[in-house]
Ligand binder design. Structure first.
Ligand SMILES: Nc1ncnc2c1ncn2[C@@H]1O[C@H](COP(=O)(O)OP(=O)(O)O)[C@@H](O)[C@H]1O
Ligand SMILES: [Mg+2]
Length: 401
């Protein structure tokens, strides 16, 4: 019998440093983001000088480098001779007002984080700590849109500035959803005096260079050549301009080559890896979607599957759907599941969010038979989407039942 762990510490003939290819790895160098980094610094400058400035919101699709750039700046601030202090908070983990305040306390007032102090107590501790030497606290809220009581959080942080006699708080919010502010209460929105930055998706040349730098560190010499890197970049650029997807493809292709054992990543490895990476990505995306957005994607998948039948008859190459048809389908699905469908105003907002997350692409048609209308297409295979969603719907039914 084979030793169960015999492969565990075996040397790979493909990877030099697997960690470098992981999406959590922070490269020292962030090409094509000089301007964005410069702007983040510019908008933080008042806080770094100890003045109260505007808040900052950073937007852009997944994998456009938002987290990397913000963290890069945060790391640099830690070495500066400034009274400003930064708390970087991943809101997927710290997803409520209490947890965010708790995280700030554990960063800077660890004694108080240990015991179960209530909200008011930790709030007052933070205020006192800021006033002690008039510091400015920069609160970076990454993936801010997932905070459950976001209105309360924003209201608390912005209002704190009226409680603080000297010093202050600056919010830096980071989000994939440009429209998330529409969900905010007008009351918290009005306190949010902010600058905005938008990160564009990467094109295929940019992704190729990003991948090349990672490949040089991550793979052994001679494992991958430029043509294969370019292919991985081109595929990801076409889908989404998402550097995370591109890196996933690259490291999966490496794993395939590693399993085969000949130490060379081929075009075929990249193609196979793309399929696997997309499947994983779709699964992750769909699983984190709010319920009604998931139902909208389900409606699009069903219509696309039907539509492709029509396509075969008519010879059209692209399956674009009318936004109105999708809404009707979505509403009937929601009704059949006893979940009241949202209004068409909400629907348009959801469609926009789905587009931002790269799950669909949409464009406004010119004047046609139906006047101005939105045309929508799924970014991934409708069959795969349908299957994934049916799985998640099944588990929900089980959870409820
Ligand atoms: N300009 C860049 N140069 C090098 N790597 C990048 C760049 N932009 C993104 N990446 C890499 O792509 C992945 C996703 O980036 P991330 O900052 O998490 O994107 P976002 O927060 O916008 O989703 C990370 O592994 C990151 O290192
Ligand atoms: Mg991020």
């Amino acid at each position: 019998m084979k030793e169960p762990f015999s492969d565990l510490f075996k040397d790979s003939n493909v990877f030099a440093n697997r960690e470098v290819l992981s999406p959590h790895y922070m490269p020292d160098n962030l090409p094509f983001r000089d301007k964005q980094i410069e702007n983040i610094v510019k908008y933080m400058t008042p806080s770094l000088r100890g003045e109260r400035g505007r808040n900052l919101f950073v937007y852009g699709k997944t994998g456009t480098g938002k987290t990397s750039c913000v963290k890069h700046v945060v790391d640099k601030i830690k070495d500066l001779p400034t009274k400003a202090r930064v708390s970087y908070i991943n809101c997927r983990i710290y997803n409520s007002r209490y947890r965010v305040l708790y995280k700030i306390t554990s960063d800077y007032l660890p004694v108080y984080a240990k015991r179960g102090y209530g909200l008011v107590d930790i709030y007052e501790r933070i205020i006192n700590w800021i006033e002690e030497d008039s510091k400015v606290l920069i609160v970076v809220l990454d993936e801010i849109d997932v905070v459950k009581d976001l209105d309360d959080l924003i209201y608390t942080l912005t209002r704190a500035n009226s409680d603080i006699k000297s010093g202050g708080i600056m919010i830096v919010g980071v989000s994939n959803k440009i429209s998330f502010k529409e969900d905010l209460d007008p009351r918290s929105l009005s306190t949010l005096y902010e600058n905005e930055l938008v990160f564009p998706p990467y094109n295929s040349n940019e992704l190729a260079l990003i991948l090349k730098e990672r490949a040089e560190k991550g793979f052994k010499k001679g494992v991958i050549d430029q043509a294969v890197i370019n292919l991985a970049a081109a595929i990801s650029a076409k889908d989404s301009g998402d550097a995370r997807l591109a890196l996933k493809v690259l490291s999966k292709a490496g794993e395939l080559a590693d399993e085969r054992g000949d130490g060379v990543i081929t075009v075929n490895d990249v193609n196979k890896a793309t399929e696997a990476a997309e499947e994983e990505l779709v699964y992750e995306l769909v699983n984190t979607l709010p319920e009604h957005q998931r139902l909208i994607i389900y409606a699009i998948s069903l219509l696309s599957i039907q539509g492709s039948r029509y396509k075969r008859l008519s010879g059209d190459s692209e399956t674009y759907l009318f936004s109105g048809d999708i809404y009707n389908k979505y509403a009937s699905i929601a009704n059949s599941l006893n979940k009241g469908p949202k209004s068409s105003r909400w629907y348009r907002k959801y469609v926009f969010d789905l587009e931002m997350q790269g799950l669909i692409s949409a464009y406004e048609s010119g004047k046609g038979i139906r006047g101005h209308t939105k045309l929508i297409k799924l970014a991934y295979s409708p069959e795969r989407m349908k299957e994934t969603i049916e799985k998640t719907l099944m588990t929900e039914v089980e959870e409820v039942g």
